[in-house]
Design a protein around this ligand. Structure first.
Ligand SMILES: Cc1cc2nc3c(=O)[nH]c(=O)nc-3n(C[C@H](O)[C@H](O)[C@H](O)COP(=O)(O)OP(=O)(O)OC[C@H]3O[C@@H](n4cnc5c(N)ncnc54)[C@H](O)[C@@H]3O)c2cc1C
Length: 405
């Protein structure tokens, strides 16, 4: 009897998909690792079960906001003002972790925390930080970042058309902004406008819901990042108190660029997470899907696809891990952030298309998640500065010649 029992071989359990192949999370100190694990649990148990439905419907999961507030990650990397602080590595890993489940939710978070809150953190006065950051850190007020315009995208530094005119203690804003994430429903907009007096771009904190002349129309028919609600903002003689002009910076486009340098490399973390989500879903599928009587993951050609995906992911992780080391030393340059955004987003296009391929027909069905990562990658390739803009920033730094125009 005993010998017979011995002969029944139990199949070896298959390895669980793990895209942190070089163990970056293990570099975090225990208390930061605990935060990351909390974010992973949140993404997997709260976001994942409902996100495909919202993605298909083109709508934002407001039901997630109460639990998002409890997560206490808004303002990550910022110290004081009710923000959670944390190392640049933690900030990157949190962005990556959210995007590993859903790039739209990671983008909602990135716009609120990395763009809107960071604009105030980097360019606000002490009084402005005290006023705006605590309610934003608590998630009571959600922000957006309004830079792009209908007629000016990549060329906003020199070509911005939205104007700001000082009249006594107020500023009058006129113009349009396009593609602004969170704008259709959020509370606070960081609006960048050109001062007609000195021709410099300045930042303004605009309270969307109470400012006369401020209106937002939700953009329709997107095929990527469908959960993020993007808006087209129109400002007609919006009167803003001077106290709402970001006065802690230089009052030039340099202030905007300082914010973008940070968010550009966080977009690199996000797109790395997007690749991880696509890869892990594809790997799981390959372990389960049978063809010719065998799991497709046992076929050499599918294993090659998976290994190539993981190679891209590890390369991107190594790159973004170095950008946060440079950031922690205060040394990250525009060109270093730009090459990370350009490289990671271009690699991501390969990774998600290989993941889609590994799923065959099911790769174009939202139900299997990979299609969502596949489509969302296209938006991240273009936002926070397109691939071409990033390469021009790098090109200028390495050759000494500007090829922008
Ligand atoms: C989903 C999504 C969310 C977004 N969220 C926000 C947001 O919250 N806030 C915000 O302010 N903006 C946001 N944007 C806007 C985004 O930053 C812009 O789409 C991006 O900067 C490119 O601008 P554009 O779309 O007008 O393209 P354009 O600038 O018109 O560029 C079109 C093409 O021409 C290329 N190109 C342009 N100039 C040159 C040149 N000199 N040399 C070579 N090639 C060139 C570009 O690389 C691109 O391929 C978002 C965009 C998307 C898609």
């Amino acid at each position: 009897m005993a010998t017979e029992r011995k002969q029944i071989k139990q199949p070896k359990p298959l390895p669980a998909p793990n895209s942190d192949f070089y163990e970056f999370a293990a570099d975090l100190p225990a208390e930061e690792l605990a935060i990351l694990k909390k974010v992973r649990a949140y993404a997997e148990t709260k976001v994942q079960p409902i996100i495909n439905k919202y993605w298909v419907e083109d709508s934002f999961p407001f039901e997630l906001l109460p639990s998002f507030k409890e997560l206490k990650i808004a303002g990550i990397g910022m110290d004081g003002y009710g923000c959670p602080g944390g190392s640049p590595l933690l900030g990157g890993l949190v962005a990556m972790e959210l995007a590993r489940t859903d790039a739209s939710f990671a983008t909602f978070f990135g716009v609120h925390s990395g763009l809107a809150m960071n604009s105030i953190y980097l360019n606000g006065t002490e009084e402005q930080k005290q006023k705006w950051l605590p309610p934003m850190a608590r998630g009571e007020k959600i922000g957006c970042f309004a830079l792009t315009e209908p007629l000016v995208g990549s060329g906003t530094a020199g070509g911005m058309t939205t104007t700001a005119k000082r009249e006594g203690d107020s500023w009058v804003l006129n113009g349009q902004k396009r593609w602004i994430g969170n704008a259709p429903w959020c509370d606070i907009s960081i609006v960048w406008a050109r001062d007609v007096a000195d021709n410099q771009v300045k930042g303004f904190v605009v309270e969307n819901k109470t400012t006369a002349g401020f209106s937002v129309e939700k953009m329709q028919n997107k095929i990527a990042l469908k959960v993020v609600q993007n808006g087209e903002i129109t400002m007609k003689d919006c009167r803003i108190p001077d106290a709402n002009r970001l006065q802690g910076g230089q009052g030039t486009f340099r202030d905007t660029a300082n914010v973008l340098r940070g968010t550009r490399h966080y977009a690199s973390w996000e797109i790395t997470g997007t690749q991880m989500g696509a890869y892990e879903n594809a790997l799981k599928y390959a372990q389960e899907r049978l063809q010719f009587g065998k799991p497709i993951g046992s076929f050499q050609l599918i294993q090659e696809l998976l290994a190539k995906m993981l190679g891209n992911i590890v390369a991107c992780q190594c790159m973004v891990a170095r950008t946060v080391e440079l950031e922690a030393k205060g040394k990250l340059t525009d060109a270093q952030a730009a090459i990370a955004k350009a490289f990671t987003t271009s690699k991501a296009r390969e990774t998600v298309s290989w993941a889609r391929e590994a799923l065959g027909g099911n790769g174009i069905l939202v139900d299997y998640n990979v299609a969502r990562f596949f489509a969302d990658t296209e938006a991240i390739y273009s936002y926070e500065g397109t691939y071409q803009m990033q390469t021009l920033i790098v090109g200028k730094a390495i050759t000494g010649f500007s090829a922008f125009v």
